[in-house]
Write a protein that binds this ligand. Structure first.
Ligand code: SAM
Length: 426
């Protein structure tokens, strides 16, 4: 069948419509005309595969990565960057419209680096002992030598680890499941994810011989899915401190850190400009506390709630090292802690930055009881973001003031969105 592709959807797929039926076409770009074969048919939509491209869209660009189309991570790499930004803006707007959040959102802000921007990768070991990514939504491992989302020094390390693994077969996928590598300045924090505990002397020697600035950790995790803590220190720099926004902070192997430094900087600056008018700010899902600390420099009191113990400890350390007295870090589940903290109605503003699944219902209902003046919501998942915003706006107590998507993840269909809500005067 012949299809005219008119947009690209939430997962990067081309979208066409015929007689009210929607066709999602993997690898197609808006502006393409293709012949396609339906591989799955539902009542209202079909999944189709391209047979032939009859007309190439003018928005197509040549993918830089040799794994494009196989790995599935960079599902927009075949689309020129300006168009990627428009697609993200449109997709977020569509979700707002679908949820009847009647608001015109801003255009997606571009990233300074559109490749080489990531500071962290999680890689797995294939049966051939090579570092690999999981192909999106499958259990298939794609072996890689490099990734164009990280920089040259990072790729050099990937190359060297692959060499090491090919010569040291005792580090195989039955023992070593994978590793999370984070590069900050020129330091690498490497967390080896093991199926069972082993001696890691050889791996550490390899890092030393190659003059890598490393902190080496391991965790034993024999569940099928990662994440990966508790982490155990093996060797190298025990404490890696870095300084941003005038705050010195300790990097822990697995505590959350935004992956794109440029966009993180832009978002944090914007959040500060919003919250600095308030005395008491509650930072929910606060991670290792960098944003909380920057807010504490600009507000009277900040309360930071985080579930992960190691991130919470990093936040306590940050307060000590930077002599910050007006930031109170609380370790716990936001679902339990936020209702308590909002109880006396003293919080004027709450900052929400939850993981992909969005806010717990108890957090939203606590907000709707206490009614802080403003809500700042940062989200990496527009679907759960709009779900939560709908609850807040439909209560009649809040209205949207500002919606700004940011391109935290160029070449992929992922998008970060910053939203500000203010209390209505009802
Ligand atoms: C997207 S990160 C935000 C981190 C921080 N705002 C930043 O910019 O670095 C989400 C954080 O929420 C934490 N988290 C997840 N579920 C939570 C819960 N139920 N209660 C508290 N924190 C939670 C995660 O450990 C993670 O650090």
């Amino acid at each position: 069948m012949e299809l005219e592709i008119t947009q690209n959807g939430m997962n990067g797929e081309g979208v066409a419509k015929i007689n009210g039926k929607v066709y999602f076409v993997h690898g197609a770009v808006m502006g393409d005309r293709v012949t396609a074969k339906v591989i799955k048919e539902n009542k209202n939509f079909c999944i189709a595969e391209i047979n032939e491209i009859l007309k190439f869209s003018c928005f197509r660009s040549v993918p830089k990565c040799k794994y494009f189309g196989i790995c599935g991570g960079c599902n927009l790499q075949h689309i020129e960057y300006k168009k990627q930004l428009q697609i993200k803006t449109q997709n977020v707007q569509n979700l707002f419209d679908k949820n009847k959040l009647n608001f015109k959102i801003n255009n997606c802000i571009e990233s300074k680096n559109i490749f080489n921007y990531r500071n962290k990768l999680t890689l797995y070991l294939s049966k051939n002992n090579k570092l690999s990514f999981y192909q999106k939504n499958t259990k298939t491992l794609i072996e890689i030598d490099n990734c164009c989302l990280v920089d040259e020094i990072f790729n050099n390390l990937i190359h060297k680890i692959n060499l090491f693994l090919s010569n040291n077969k005792e580090y195989n996928c039955f023992v070593l499941k994978g590793m999370a590598i984070r590069k900050i300045e020129n330091n690498f924090i490497i967390n080896l994810i093991l199926n069972k505990k082993i001696i890691l002397t050889k791996f550490e020697q390899f890092l030393k011989l190659n003059k890598i600035n490393y902190s080496l950790y391991y965790c034993v995790n024999n569940r099928s899915n990662l994440p990966t803590y508790p982490c155990n220190f093996v060797g190298g720099a025990k404490e890696v401190y870095i300084e941003e926004f005038g705050i010195k902070y300790l990097l822990k192997p697995m505590s959350f850190l935004q992956v794109n430094n440029d966009i993180k900087y832009q978002i944090y600056k914007q959040i500060i400009s919003i919250v600095k008018q308030f005395n008491n700010v509650l930072d929910a899902y606060s991670g290792a506390g960098l944003l909380s600390a920057v807010m504490a420099k600009n507000c009277k009191n900040v309360f930071a709630v985080e579930l992960d113990e190691s991130a919470h400890e990093a936040c306590l350390d940050l307060c000590k090292v930077n002599k910050i007295k007006n930031l109170q870090a609380i370790c716990g589940d936001c679902a339990n802690e936020i209702p308590k903290l909002l109880n006396d109605n003293s919080m004027e503003c709450i900052v929400l930055d939850p993981a992909r699944k969005g806010c717990d219902e108890k957090v939203l209902s606590a907000i709707l009881s206490a009614l802080p003046k403003q809500i700042v919501y940062l989200s990496c998942n527009p679907a759960t973001l709009t779900r939560d915003l709908k609850v807040l706006c439909e209560s009649g107590h809040y209205e949207l003031l500002y919606v700004q998507p940011y391109d935290m993840f160029p070449q992929t269909s992922e998008v970060e969105t910053l939203v500000v809500l203010k209390q209505t005067n009802k």
